[in-house]
Every structure is written in structure tokens, then in C-alpha cells.
Design a protein around this ligand. Structure first.
Ligand code: MN3
Length: 241
């Protein structure tokens, strides 16, 4: 079980998640909450709202986490009832959307996707910033020449996403990285095209308060607060699967 302290430690040293939750078991966190309104709960932000200032502002972080992410969790809890998948992990739900009743498949796709994507997103950021190291750095170089090559490709995908969605760096099981963009709250677990190791939320709610329509500036600010320890742990787990 992941306690709050474990979550904070995980955010500080991304490698710890390999010991406690190799498959990012969101349900393990969810079960910690005793009075949850359903099987899924909003994970605590692993740092203060203002921790990523000046790159990502505190008000955006507060609304994004406490309102937007919470709504995905609340709606997932509402729609999952009676589907027979109440005890599944978010990852299992996302990989098996076709098994859900047609009536709730769309809402569960959006809200389970939103819950999973944001749970990763908070941990993918850290005030420390920095550059990739170790195995993930080698993979970045092999796939994109260098980190700047990866940023360039990720920036292009994030800018090209029309409307709301995400741009991702995903890994296949052999450790080859590629850039993918998905609409809405979709991700690459849904179609099995890879495991997300880094993702940028390009919904306007992620940047409009500070950057208004200047998505490119927000993207470059995000690049300064990437939690490479956590990204590295996601990469190692993706390759080991
Ligand atoms: Mn968002």
C-alpha cells in the first residue's frame, strides 16, 4: 500500500516506485482512502501548488488538480458501477475498454483516461528539472539523437494537436521511444502502441491562466520541470514488462 509519505518519497526519487508499484498500481493508492465514494480516489499532489513556479503557476496547479482531476475521478467512480470492472486497475480498464457496456464506454474512456494521465502528469514534473540520465538518456539519444531532438519532436506534436489532448513519449517493450499525440484523454494504453513515459497535457485548462493562447511558451516551461528520475523509472518498468 502506498501511504502519503511513500508518494512523496516516490516523487523525490522516482526509482522508488519500482520497489513499491512496478505497474503504477493506481488502485493501491486508491485503497488507502477509507471513505472513498468509489474504488478510485484523487491522489495527493506530490508537492505544493506553487512548487513549479515560475514555470507552471500555483493557481493553475490548484484548479487543474483539485477541480479537473477530481472531476475525472468522481465521474469514473460514477460510471464504473455495475460494469463488472469495479475492482480492475485503471491500466486494466484502459486496455479493455471494448469489454465495457457500450452505454458507458465513452464516459469511462474519457474519465479513466483523465485519471490515469493526470496521475502520471503530476509525478512527471518536479521543481528540480534537469536532464535525462542513465538508461532513459541512452534511449533518448538512440531514438532522437539527443534530448534536444526529443524536445523538438515532442514540441511539434504538442503544437500540432488541434484542440484538447496530449503529446507523449512512449516506449515499446524493446525500449525504442517514439512520439505520439492523442486527442481528449486518450493514451497509448488504449490501443497498445506503447507505454507512456513522458506526457504533456495541452488542454487549455493546463496553461490558459498564465499563458493564454501561447501554447508554445507553456510547452517550453514544462520542459524545465520534467522529473527525469520518475520518467526514468517509467522507462525501466516499460522495458522490463
Ligand atoms: Mn488536464
Amino acid at each position: 500500500m502506498l501511504t502519503r509519505r511513500d508518494m512523496i518519497r516516490t516523487s523525490a526519487t522516482g526509482a522508488a516506485i519500482l520497489l513499491t508499484a512496478p505497474n503504477l498500481s493506481l488502485v493501491a493508492q486508491d485503497k488507502d482512502k477509507e471513505k472513498a465514494a468509489g474504488p478510485f480516489t484523487l491522489p495527493k499532489l506530490p508537492y505544493a501548488f506553487d512548487a513549479l513556479e515560475p514555470h507552471i503557476d500555483a493557481k493553475t496547479m490548484e484548479i487543474h488538480h483539485d477541480k479537473h482531476h477530481k472531476t475525472y475521478v468522481d465521474n469514473l467512480n460514477k460510471f464504473i458501477v455495475g460494469t463488472g470492472m469495479e475492482t480492475k486497475t485503471v491500466e486494466e480498464i484502459l486496455a479493455n475498454l471494448g469489454k465495457l457496456p457500450e452505454k458507458v464506454r465513452g464516459p469511462i474512456r474519457n474519465n479513466a483516461g483523465g485519471h490515469y494521465n493526470h496521475t502520471l502528469f503530476w509525478q512527471m514534473m518536479s521543481a528540480k528539472g534537469g536532464a535525462p540520465t542513465g538508461a532513459v538518456a541512452k534511449a533518448v539519444d538512440a531514438s532522437f539523437t539527443d534530448a534536444d531532438g526529443m524536445f523538438k519532436a515532442l514540441r511539434e506534436a504538442a503544437l500540432a494537436r488541434f484542440g484538447s489532448g496530449w503529446a507523449w513519449v512512449v516506449s515499446d517493450r524493446a525500449g525504442k521511444l517514439k512520439i505520439v499525440s492523442t486527442p481528449n484523454q486518450d493514451n497509448t494504453l488504449m490501443d497498445g502502441t506503447g507505454t507512456p513515459i513522458l506526457g504533456i497535457d495541452v488542454w487549455e485548462h493546463a496553461y490558459y491562466l498564465k499563458f493564454q493562447n501561447r501554447r508554445a511558451e507553456y510547452i517550453d516551461s514544462f520542459f524545465k520541470v520534467i522529473n527525469w528520475d520518475f520518467v526514468g523509472s517509467l522507462y525501466t518498468a516499460a522495458v522490463k514488462v
